[in-house]
Design a protein around this ligand. Structure first.
Ligand code: CAA
Length: 261
Protein backbone atom coordinates (compact mmCIF):
# COMPACT_ATOMS: atom_id res chain seq x y z
CA UNK A 1 0.00 0.00 0.00
CA UNK A 2 1.13 3.56 -0.69
CA UNK A 3 0.94 5.94 2.24
CA UNK A 4 1.95 9.58 2.60
CA UNK A 5 3.03 9.45 6.24
CA UNK A 6 3.81 5.76 6.77
CA UNK A 7 5.91 3.00 5.30
CA UNK A 8 4.53 -0.53 5.52
CA UNK A 9 7.07 -3.11 4.44
CA UNK A 10 7.47 -6.87 4.63
CA UNK A 11 11.21 -7.35 5.17
CA UNK A 12 10.67 -11.12 5.41
CA UNK A 13 7.66 -13.36 4.72
CA UNK A 14 5.04 -12.84 7.43
CA UNK A 15 6.97 -10.04 9.16
CA UNK A 16 5.66 -6.50 8.83
CA UNK A 17 7.61 -3.31 9.60
CA UNK A 18 5.48 -0.18 10.01
CA UNK A 19 7.41 3.11 10.08
CA UNK A 20 5.81 6.42 11.04
CA UNK A 21 7.35 8.62 8.38
CA UNK A 22 7.09 12.37 9.05
CA UNK A 23 10.68 12.97 10.18
CA UNK A 24 10.49 16.75 9.71
CA UNK A 25 7.77 16.88 12.39
CA UNK A 26 9.54 14.18 14.45
CA UNK A 27 6.84 11.76 13.22
CA UNK A 28 4.07 13.62 15.08
CA UNK A 29 0.64 12.03 14.71
CA UNK A 30 -1.76 14.26 12.77
CA UNK A 31 -5.27 13.22 11.73
CA UNK A 32 -4.08 12.06 8.30
CA UNK A 33 -1.44 9.80 9.88
CA UNK A 34 -3.98 8.33 12.29
CA UNK A 35 -6.26 7.54 9.33
CA UNK A 36 -3.37 5.87 7.50
CA UNK A 37 -2.50 3.90 10.62
CA UNK A 38 -6.04 2.46 10.62
CA UNK A 39 -5.54 1.37 7.00
CA UNK A 40 -2.16 -0.19 7.77
CA UNK A 41 -3.61 -2.08 10.73
CA UNK A 42 -6.45 -3.34 8.52
CA UNK A 43 -3.92 -4.49 5.93
CA UNK A 44 -1.93 -6.55 8.47
CA UNK A 45 -5.15 -7.85 10.01
CA UNK A 46 -6.36 -9.10 6.61
CA UNK A 47 -3.19 -11.12 5.96
CA UNK A 48 -3.61 -14.65 7.30
CA UNK A 49 0.12 -15.14 6.72
CA UNK A 50 1.10 -12.31 9.07
CA UNK A 51 3.18 -13.47 12.03
CA UNK A 52 4.37 -10.26 13.73
CA UNK A 53 4.31 -6.49 13.33
CA UNK A 54 7.17 -4.16 14.25
CA UNK A 55 6.38 -0.45 14.70
CA UNK A 56 9.06 2.25 14.58
CA UNK A 57 9.73 5.88 13.62
CA UNK A 58 11.78 7.18 10.71
CA UNK A 59 15.07 8.98 11.25
CA UNK A 60 17.38 8.64 14.22
CA UNK A 61 15.82 11.26 16.48
CA UNK A 62 12.23 10.29 17.19
CA UNK A 63 9.91 7.34 17.40
CA UNK A 64 6.93 9.72 17.57
CA UNK A 65 7.15 13.11 19.36
CA UNK A 66 3.43 13.12 20.14
CA UNK A 67 0.16 14.12 18.61
CA UNK A 68 0.62 16.99 16.15
CA UNK A 69 0.54 20.13 18.29
CA UNK A 70 0.33 22.52 15.34
CA UNK A 71 -2.78 20.71 14.12
CA UNK A 72 -4.34 20.39 17.58
CA UNK A 73 -3.94 23.97 18.76
CA UNK A 74 -7.06 25.36 17.07
CA UNK A 75 -9.42 22.45 17.72
CA UNK A 76 -12.80 22.96 19.38
CA UNK A 77 -13.76 20.61 22.22
CA UNK A 78 -15.92 18.59 19.82
CA UNK A 79 -13.08 18.33 17.31
CA UNK A 80 -10.67 17.41 20.12
CA UNK A 81 -13.00 14.62 21.15
CA UNK A 82 -13.03 13.26 17.58
CA UNK A 83 -9.22 13.51 17.41
CA UNK A 84 -8.86 11.65 20.69
CA UNK A 85 -11.27 8.94 19.52
CA UNK A 86 -9.29 8.60 16.26
CA UNK A 87 -6.11 8.09 18.30
CA UNK A 88 -7.83 5.68 20.69
CA UNK A 89 -9.08 3.64 17.71
CA UNK A 90 -5.50 3.26 16.44
CA UNK A 91 -4.33 2.10 19.87
CA UNK A 92 -7.23 -0.36 20.22
CA UNK A 93 -6.59 -1.52 16.63
CA UNK A 94 -2.98 -2.40 17.42
CA UNK A 95 -4.00 -4.26 20.58
CA UNK A 96 -6.71 -6.12 18.69
CA UNK A 97 -4.34 -7.44 16.01
CA UNK A 98 -4.08 -11.17 16.49
CA UNK A 99 -0.30 -11.24 15.96
CA UNK A 100 2.29 -9.84 18.40
CA UNK A 101 3.06 -6.14 17.85
CA UNK A 102 6.45 -4.87 19.05
CA UNK A 103 7.44 -1.19 19.28
CA UNK A 104 11.03 -0.41 18.34
CA UNK A 105 11.54 2.96 20.02
CA UNK A 106 14.43 4.72 18.35
CA UNK A 107 14.27 8.17 19.98
CA UNK A 108 11.64 10.45 21.48
CA UNK A 109 8.40 8.67 22.39
CA UNK A 110 6.47 11.54 23.92
CA UNK A 111 2.74 12.06 24.46
CA UNK A 112 0.92 10.24 21.67
CA UNK A 113 4.25 8.59 20.80
CA UNK A 114 4.57 7.04 24.24
CA UNK A 115 0.90 6.06 23.97
CA UNK A 116 1.51 4.42 20.58
CA UNK A 117 4.47 2.47 21.96
CA UNK A 118 2.44 1.34 24.98
CA UNK A 119 -0.41 0.12 22.75
CA UNK A 120 2.08 -2.31 21.20
CA UNK A 121 2.44 -5.63 23.03
CA UNK A 122 5.91 -4.76 24.26
CA UNK A 123 8.63 -2.23 23.67
CA UNK A 124 12.27 -2.70 22.72
CA UNK A 125 14.11 0.61 23.18
CA UNK A 126 17.32 1.92 21.70
CA UNK A 127 19.78 3.37 24.19
CA UNK A 128 18.77 6.79 22.81
CA UNK A 129 15.04 6.39 23.56
CA UNK A 130 13.27 8.97 25.72
CA UNK A 131 9.75 8.42 27.04
CA UNK A 132 7.30 10.85 28.58
CA UNK A 133 3.78 12.18 28.81
CA UNK A 134 4.45 15.94 28.58
CA UNK A 135 0.86 16.97 27.82
CA UNK A 136 0.47 19.05 31.00
CA UNK A 137 3.08 21.42 29.53
CA UNK A 138 0.52 22.16 26.82
CA UNK A 139 -2.52 22.57 29.03
CA UNK A 140 -4.01 19.12 28.36
CA UNK A 141 -3.86 15.61 29.88
CA UNK A 142 -2.89 12.62 27.71
CA UNK A 143 -5.63 11.78 25.20
CA UNK A 144 -4.70 8.55 23.41
CA UNK A 145 -4.97 6.26 26.46
CA UNK A 146 -1.71 7.23 28.20
CA UNK A 147 -3.17 7.62 31.67
CA UNK A 148 -4.56 4.09 31.51
CA UNK A 149 -1.84 2.10 29.74
CA UNK A 150 0.99 3.78 31.66
CA UNK A 151 -0.76 2.97 34.94
CA UNK A 152 -1.18 -0.66 33.93
CA UNK A 153 2.48 -0.90 32.91
CA UNK A 154 4.31 0.95 35.69
CA UNK A 155 1.73 1.27 38.49
CA UNK A 156 -0.41 4.13 39.77
CA UNK A 157 2.22 6.14 41.66
CA UNK A 158 4.83 6.15 38.88
CA UNK A 159 2.18 6.88 36.25
CA UNK A 160 0.83 9.79 38.26
CA UNK A 161 4.31 11.15 38.83
CA UNK A 162 5.09 11.01 35.12
CA UNK A 163 1.81 12.47 33.81
CA UNK A 164 1.63 15.28 36.38
CA UNK A 165 5.30 16.40 36.18
CA UNK A 166 5.92 15.68 32.47
CA UNK A 167 9.29 14.24 33.52
CA UNK A 168 11.06 12.43 30.73
CA UNK A 169 12.47 8.95 31.26
CA UNK A 170 15.53 7.66 29.44
CA UNK A 171 15.87 4.07 28.22
CA UNK A 172 17.61 2.61 31.29
CA UNK A 173 14.98 4.00 33.67
CA UNK A 174 12.22 2.83 31.32
CA UNK A 175 13.71 -0.66 31.62
CA UNK A 176 13.94 -0.43 35.41
CA UNK A 177 10.27 0.55 35.79
CA UNK A 178 8.99 -2.06 33.34
CA UNK A 179 7.95 0.29 30.55
CA UNK A 180 10.27 -1.49 28.12
CA UNK A 181 11.47 -5.08 28.08
CA UNK A 182 14.93 -4.50 26.59
CA UNK A 183 17.42 -1.78 25.69
CA UNK A 184 19.79 -2.28 22.76
CA UNK A 185 22.36 -0.05 21.04
CA UNK A 186 20.64 2.23 18.50
CA UNK A 187 22.43 0.64 15.53
CA UNK A 188 21.13 -2.80 16.54
CA UNK A 189 17.47 -1.91 17.14
CA UNK A 190 16.03 -3.01 13.78
CA UNK A 191 17.93 -6.31 13.80
CA UNK A 192 16.93 -6.96 17.41
CA UNK A 193 13.28 -6.45 16.44
CA UNK A 194 13.56 -8.65 13.37
CA UNK A 195 15.24 -11.40 15.41
CA UNK A 196 12.34 -11.44 17.89
CA UNK A 197 9.80 -11.38 15.05
CA UNK A 198 11.60 -14.29 13.36
CA UNK A 199 11.55 -16.32 16.55
CA UNK A 200 7.78 -15.73 16.83
CA UNK A 201 7.28 -16.70 13.18
CA UNK A 202 9.01 -20.04 13.87
CA UNK A 203 6.40 -21.00 16.50
CA UNK A 204 2.94 -22.50 16.00
CA UNK A 205 0.93 -19.54 14.63
CA UNK A 206 -2.44 -20.45 16.14
CA UNK A 207 -0.86 -21.01 19.56
CA UNK A 208 0.88 -17.61 19.35
CA UNK A 209 -2.37 -15.87 18.44
CA UNK A 210 -4.34 -17.57 21.19
CA UNK A 211 -1.61 -16.84 23.75
CA UNK A 212 -1.84 -13.14 22.85
CA UNK A 213 -5.62 -13.28 23.05
CA UNK A 214 -5.49 -14.93 26.50
CA UNK A 215 -3.18 -12.22 27.86
CA UNK A 216 -5.02 -9.30 26.22
CA UNK A 217 -8.56 -10.34 27.11
CA UNK A 218 -7.61 -11.79 30.47
CA UNK A 219 -6.11 -8.61 31.88
CA UNK A 220 -9.53 -6.94 31.95
CA UNK A 221 -11.28 -9.93 33.55
CA UNK A 222 -11.27 -11.26 37.10
CA UNK A 223 -8.74 -14.08 37.62
CA UNK A 224 -11.26 -16.94 37.62
CA UNK A 225 -12.93 -15.79 34.37
CA UNK A 226 -9.57 -15.17 32.74
CA UNK A 227 -8.38 -18.66 33.67
CA UNK A 228 -11.61 -20.19 32.31
CA UNK A 229 -10.95 -18.29 29.07
CA UNK A 230 -7.40 -19.66 29.00
CA UNK A 231 -8.72 -23.21 29.46
CA UNK A 232 -10.99 -22.79 26.40
CA UNK A 233 -8.12 -21.53 24.26
CA UNK A 234 -5.78 -24.28 25.51
CA UNK A 235 -8.37 -26.95 24.65
CA UNK A 236 -9.02 -25.37 21.25
CA UNK A 237 -5.41 -25.87 20.16
CA UNK A 238 -5.88 -29.65 20.52
CA UNK A 239 -8.05 -29.36 17.40
CA UNK A 240 -5.06 -28.06 15.40
CA UNK A 241 -2.59 -30.04 13.33
CA UNK A 242 0.19 -27.95 14.83
CA UNK A 243 -0.50 -29.26 18.36
CA UNK A 244 -0.16 -32.84 17.07
CA UNK A 245 2.96 -31.94 15.10
CA UNK A 246 4.57 -29.96 17.95
CA UNK A 247 4.16 -32.77 20.48
CA UNK A 248 5.03 -35.53 17.99
CA UNK A 249 8.21 -33.65 17.04
CA UNK A 250 9.17 -33.36 20.72
CA UNK A 251 8.68 -37.09 21.29
CA UNK A 252 10.59 -37.92 18.08
CA UNK A 253 13.38 -35.49 19.07
CA UNK A 254 13.20 -33.39 15.89
CA UNK A 255 12.26 -29.83 14.97
CA UNK A 256 8.53 -29.24 14.46
CA UNK A 257 7.18 -28.18 11.07
CA UNK A 258 4.22 -25.93 11.78
CA UNK A 259 1.50 -25.28 9.20
CA UNK A 260 -0.58 -22.65 10.97
CA UNK A 261 -3.63 -24.87 11.17
N1 CAA B 1 3.73 18.14 16.96
C1 CAA B 1 4.04 18.88 15.88
N2 CAA B 1 5.31 19.16 15.52
C2 CAA B 1 6.29 18.68 16.30
C3 CAA B 1 6.04 17.92 17.44
C4 CAA B 1 4.68 17.63 17.76
N3 CAA B 1 4.33 16.87 18.80
N4 CAA B 1 7.22 17.61 18.01
C5 CAA B 1 8.16 18.17 17.25
N5 CAA B 1 7.62 18.82 16.21
C6 CAA B 1 8.31 19.56 15.16
C7 CAA B 1 8.83 20.89 15.67
O1 CAA B 1 7.81 21.87 15.67
C8 CAA B 1 9.92 21.18 14.68
O2 CAA B 1 9.34 21.64 13.49
P1 CAA B 1 10.03 22.87 12.69
O3 CAA B 1 11.38 22.35 12.28
O4 CAA B 1 9.10 23.08 11.54
O5 CAA B 1 10.13 24.00 13.65
C9 CAA B 1 10.48 19.78 14.38
O6 CAA B 1 9.47 18.85 14.76
C10 CAA B 1 11.73 19.47 15.18
O7 CAA B 1 11.42 19.66 16.56
P2 CAA B 1 12.32 20.59 17.53
O8 CAA B 1 12.98 21.70 16.75
O9 CAA B 1 11.46 20.99 18.67
O10 CAA B 1 13.44 19.53 17.96
P3 CAA B 1 14.26 19.55 19.34
O11 CAA B 1 15.35 18.54 19.14
O12 CAA B 1 14.66 20.92 19.73
O13 CAA B 1 13.23 19.00 20.44
C11 CAA B 1 11.50 17.57 21.30
C12 CAA B 1 12.71 17.69 20.35
C13 CAA B 1 11.99 17.65 22.75
C14 CAA B 1 10.89 16.21 21.05
C15 CAA B 1 10.52 18.70 21.02
O14 CAA B 1 10.24 18.75 19.62
C16 CAA B 1 9.21 18.59 21.75
O15 CAA B 1 9.14 18.86 22.93
N6 CAA B 1 8.13 18.18 21.02
C17 CAA B 1 6.81 18.12 21.56
C18 CAA B 1 6.65 16.96 22.51
C19 CAA B 1 5.24 16.96 23.09
O16 CAA B 1 4.85 17.87 23.80
N7 CAA B 1 4.47 15.88 22.79
C20 CAA B 1 3.12 15.75 23.27
C21 CAA B 1 2.17 16.29 22.26
S1 CAA B 1 0.52 16.38 22.87
C22 CAA B 1 -0.09 14.79 22.73
O17 CAA B 1 0.57 13.87 22.30
C23 CAA B 1 -1.51 14.64 23.19
C24 CAA B 1 -2.02 13.27 23.26
O18 CAA B 1 -1.76 12.52 24.17
C25 CAA B 1 -3.00 12.83 22.30
Amino acid sequence: MNFKNLLLEQPEPGLYLLTINRPRALNALNAATLAELMQAIACVSADAGARALLVTGSGDKAFVAGADIAEMQGLSAVQAQAFSVAGMNVMHGLEALSVPVIALVNGYALGGGCELAMACDWIIASDRAVFGQPEVNLGIPPGFGGTQRLTRLVGRARALELVTTARQVRAEEALAIGLVTRVVPAAELREAGLAVARSIAAKAPVAVRLAKQAVQRGQDLDLASACTHETSLFALTFATADQKEGMRAFVEKRAARFLGE
